[in-house]
Design a protein around this ligand. Structure first.
Ligand code: 2AM
Length: 185
């Protein structure tokens, strides 16, 4: 099963983002917009994981989560991977996490690896909310969109738990929450 670990921001925080994004959607037919009900902040992408690994994975994620503090985060200015001029992914940034959030991501990934899930990809952790993706093989010049989203500053929200999510790929992607574990504090 295809798994990832994520933060699930509260509906109010996502509603604000939806409102900010809505005026732009129709201007960018070359982008595939992610439906708001799928929005999340990926902490660690695990990829294909054998079902037998789930109990050990759950235990290790619970332990890792419990070693990190709950935090107050907010969505901030837009950006793009790999660059606004050749965007493959357009996102909003996550503010307020800093080093503790990066440490939490590393700790979740390390716990998952000990359960045989995921692998170190060497990429720096860059917390974000993916809004839209370019179609395969097409980098999009999304500079005006990134610019339009540069002033976005969402209301702070409480990140108090991490979720283990399963992706069901198909004509329309669906996510299923397999578990949730509290952060401390
Ligand atoms: P994204 O937010 O950067 O797009 C579920 O598919 C989540 O896992 C997505 O939100 C995506 O993060 C992340 N993801 C999917 N495929 C990935 C990959 N090959 N490497 C890293 N993260 C991936």
């Amino acid at each position: 099963m295809r798994l990832f670990v994520a933060l699930s921001p509260p509906p109010e925080a996502l509603a604000e983002v939806a409102e900010a994004v809505e005026p732009h959607r129709d201007d960018w037919p070359e982008l595939r917009w992610v439906a708001p009900e799928l929005w999340h902040v990926t902490m660690s992408f695990l990829g294909e994981v054998a079902e037998e690994a789930l109990p050990d994975l759950a235990e290790r994620l619970a332990r890792a989560a419990g070693r990190h503090p709950a935090m107050t985060l907010s969505f901030g200015a837009g950006g793009a991977f790999s660059s606004p001029a050749r965007a493959r992914v357009v996102w909003l940034g996550v503010r307020g996490g800093g080093l503790p959030l990066s440490r939490m991501a590393a700790s979740l990934a390390a716990g998952a690896r000990r359960a045989g899930a995921g692998h170190a990809d060497g990429k720096p952790f860059h917390p974000h909310l993916t809004l839209a993706r370019a179609r395969p093989r097409a980098g999009v010049d999304a500079r005006p969109l990134v610019e339009a989203l540069s002033s976005f500053a969402g209301t702070p929200w409480h990140a108090g738990a991490v979720h283990l999510m399963r992706s069901h790929l198909g004509p329309s992607v669906r996510y299923e929450a397999l578990g949730a574990w509290p952060l401390t504090g």
